[in-house]
Structures are given as structure tokens and as C-alpha cells.
Design a protein around this ligand. Structure first.
Ligand code: URA
Length: 246
């Protein structure tokens, strides 16, 4: 199951053929080839309940968001290469056959400012040294077109796998703009792994239609958007609740 055999050219492919690790990939979302949603457990549902509760304090919101980010990223990292690694344990000369993340020097993160910094910071904490690019995109109120206000990507990004983070995939407008800019800078679509916490079907449809090779991992998928383009049931403005600016 760790193989992505049908897609030999994907960078998010497992490099070994003779080793099967007992790990499972996040479930595929029916109707989509490359959209995955994390395993639902009672615990993840309880974290989403805290995150979505309008009465949760900023402290509870940040705590549950951080926990979910950790779980979602851990599932998303199934798509980067690992190699088998055998280590000796301190007990009776026993060995353990495990894995080691490989080719980390060709991995980077791109954060769609500002809310995604919550996710990028988490990755930086656990995988220190990983380059983190930033992009600030805002929608023009009059034209509804996304404007890019700031962009700084790691050097040589066209040769890297890119984990693109954005907690809320709503219309998909900003994510699509970010992916287009990455493509314009030479990053192949199949080297982009988009990770979000909550996704609306509208956003998934837009991204998968425009960029069929991009892989997407999300925490939960919500039923839609309201007239102000907030995800419903959603959780409100993620950035405002996380950073306490609401
Ligand atoms: N961004 C958010 O923070 N929340 C939404 O519901 C949609 C976009």
C-alpha cells in the first residue's frame, strides 16, 4: 500500500520495492484520484469539536489546532520518501526494522500567509532546517482576483518537493494562485503536496480540475461555503482565532 505504482514519475513515490512497512496511507476521497482525508478517530473528532466550537477560547483553539496539525502532517508525510533502516535496540542484541526519511535536502515547505504559519511552524519545529517559503495572497475586493503581495521561495525550489500548507481550503482561489506561481517557478505539479485542516468541496474541485497532479491531504471535508465564502460548518476565520486577532 505504500507504493504509488501507477504513477512512477511522481516524486512522492516510495523508492523501495522489496520492503513493506506496516503503515497505511490516509483514505482516498471517493471521486478524487489524489485527495486524501486523515483517519477519523474518536480523538480526532474531539479535537475538531474543540476547534469548531465558537465558545472555545484562543488557548483551546491553539491547542486543538496544534494537535490536529501534528496528526494531519504525520499522515501527509506518508507521501515523502522513506528508506528502510535497521537499528539495534539495547535489549539482547535485538534489531528493529524501521524507516528513515530520505532525501530531506530536497524537501521544502511553502506557507500561504498568514494562517498557514501555524502549520509551517510546526513542521519547522519537528524537521528543523527545512527551508520555508512564504507567499502572501489577498483577493481584490473589487475584481475578486487574487493579488500577490509578497513571495519568497527557497532557492532551487524547482528541484524540490514542496509541501504547500494552508489550513482552510475554501474557494481554492489562493491555493490555486500559489500553485500556479510555484509552477511558473518551475515546480512540477506532481511535486506539490497540499496539506490543509478543513477543505470545502468547491476548493477541492477547483484545484483537482486545474492541477490534476497535485496531491491533497486534509483533516476533514465540509459541506460547502456560505455567501461570504466561509466554510460551513467550518470554524470561522482560522488566522483570527489562532493568532487572537478576532
Ligand atoms: N479562511 C478561513 O479562515 N475560514 C474559512 O471558513 C474560509 C477561509
Amino acid at each position: 500500500p505504500l507504493h504509488d505504482a501507477k504513477n512512477g514519475k511522481s516524486w512522492f513515490v516510495k523508492p523501495w520495492t522489496s520492503f513493506q512497512a506496516a503503515a497505511s496511507l490516509p483514505d482516498k476521497v471517493p471521486g478524487y484520484e489524489r485527495v486524501h482525508v486523515i483517519k477519523r478517530t474518536y480523538f480526532t473528532i474531539s479535537l475538531f469539536t474543540q476547534l469548531r466550537d465558537l465558545n472555545s477560547s484562543q488557548e483551546i483553539f491553539v491547542k486543538s489546532a496544534r494537535h490536529l496539525i501534528s496528526i494531519i502532517l504525520s499522515e501527509a508525510l506518508n507521501f515523502v520518501p522513506f528508506m528502510p533502516k535497521i537499528v539495534n535496540t539495547p535489549v539482547d542484541g535485538a534489531t528493529y526494522t524501521g524507516l528513515e526519511m530520505t532525501d530531506v535536502e530536497n524537501l521544502c515547505v511553502v506557507s500561504i500567509l498568514r494562517a498557514a504559519d501555524s502549520m509551517a511552524d510546526h513542521i519547522s519545529h519537528h524537521l528543523p532546517g527545512l527551508p520555508v517559503g512564504k507567499i502572501l495572497i489577498q483577493r481584490d475586493e473589487k475584481t475578486a482576483k487574487p493579488n500577490v503581495f509578497f513571495k519568497k521561495f527557497p532557492k532551487n525550489i524547482q528541484a524540490k518537493r514542496v509541501i504547500l500548507v494552508d489550513p482552510m481550503l475554501a474557494t481554492g482561489g489562493s491555493a490555486a494562485e500559489a500553485i500556479q506561481i510555484l509552477k511558473d517557478d518551475g515546480v512540477p505539479e506532481h511535486c506539490i503536496l497540499m496539506v490543509c485542516i478543513v477543505a470545502a468541496d468547491e476548493g477541492l474541485q477547483l484545484l483537482t480540475k486545474r492541477f490534476p497532479q497535485v496531491r491533497i491531504v486534509c483533516g476533514e471535508i465540509d459541506r460547502g461555503l456560505n455567501s461570504q465564502k466561509y466554510i460551513v460548518p467550518g470554524l470561522g476565520d482560522f488566522g483570527d482565532r489562532f493568532f487572537g486577532t478576532n
